[in-house]
Design a protein around this ligand. Sequence first.
Ligand code: KG4
Ligand code: ZN
Length: 339
Amino acid sequence: MNNTPYILAIESSCDDTSAAVLHGNSVLSNEVASQAVHTAYGGVVPELASRAHQQNIVPVIDRALKVANIEPSQLNAIAFTNGPGLMGSLLVGTSFAKSLAMTLNVPLIPVHHMHAHILAHLIEDAHRTPIGFPFLCLTVSGGHTQLVEVHSPKDMRILGETIDDAVGEAFDKAAKIIGLPYPGGPHIDRLAKEGNPKFMEFGRPQVEGYNFSFSGMKTSFLYALQKRVQQDPDFVEQHRADICASYQNALLDVLFKKLEMAIKATGCQHVAIAGGVSANSELRKRLTSLGERDGLNTYIPPFQYTTDNAAMIGIAGYYKYLAGESSDLSISASAKVKF
Ligand code: KG4
Ligand code: ZN
């Protein structure tokens, strides 16, 4: 397969600087530098994120090439995230991708960050069953929550999405309220394993169709805790695991209600999850159980492709490369780019 391209991919949409090298649909390297600088602020500070990308991008690309054992001259294309994301962050990856593509005289391939989360399922993996089409994908991250019907790498349609906060934000903001570090999702996941999911009740928002709403859940979490803390100042301290398990359970109920509705309506036999929150162990278990109960094929991404990473940008770039799609150097980053 001499024509199989080597693609360098760059991801810098939020607070992870990542570079990967793919040979066709197989990943040769996938380096990620996460930015610890935001932990102290309890959330991503855009200006600091942009600066950290500038510091990280050269060493990260360098490492990705070294691990893949590839020289820049062997690259056939440069893929990069051009949106959506934080403008200052996107610009760092975009500028780098453009200058590399120009220097090496290879195609420049812009990738939609949310397409990439989904297409991570197409990365070659000898240990996983290849995904079947059409599939439904519940894409859950810190910035987005979407239910997508995927017919092919080039043909996907959003059935529903959040009308306010993303589910990852709902995890992170609740975690902050109970004093857990940023990002709080993994901490809630870990603590919830020891807790009782029926310990507390939180209101479930009612939203039409396949859309979601999570901003009310975060408020309901805050008010419910304030009430309990008034009666017992040590309430959070003593029941942290139970609080986490109950809140996580409520968030997952909201997600699964819409997912199950969409499965019924579309008749899709293949169901996947993607995005940072798809690392959640209870979400993974629930999807597997749903598949077993209803005879569906379910697809859970390997951990390294759940949170932001450049390998997923590389696979999305590979399918665009096959279709002959690339951009000229006038392309810019776009904080809100059409799906
Ligand atoms: O996809 P991602 O890395 O970035 C965006 O594109 O937004 O997702 C980050 C989100 C954060 O909100 C983080 O708390 C959440 O994914 N997350 C988790 C877990 N691991 C990461 N949420 C729940 N459980 C986890 N294990
Ligand atoms: Zn993401």
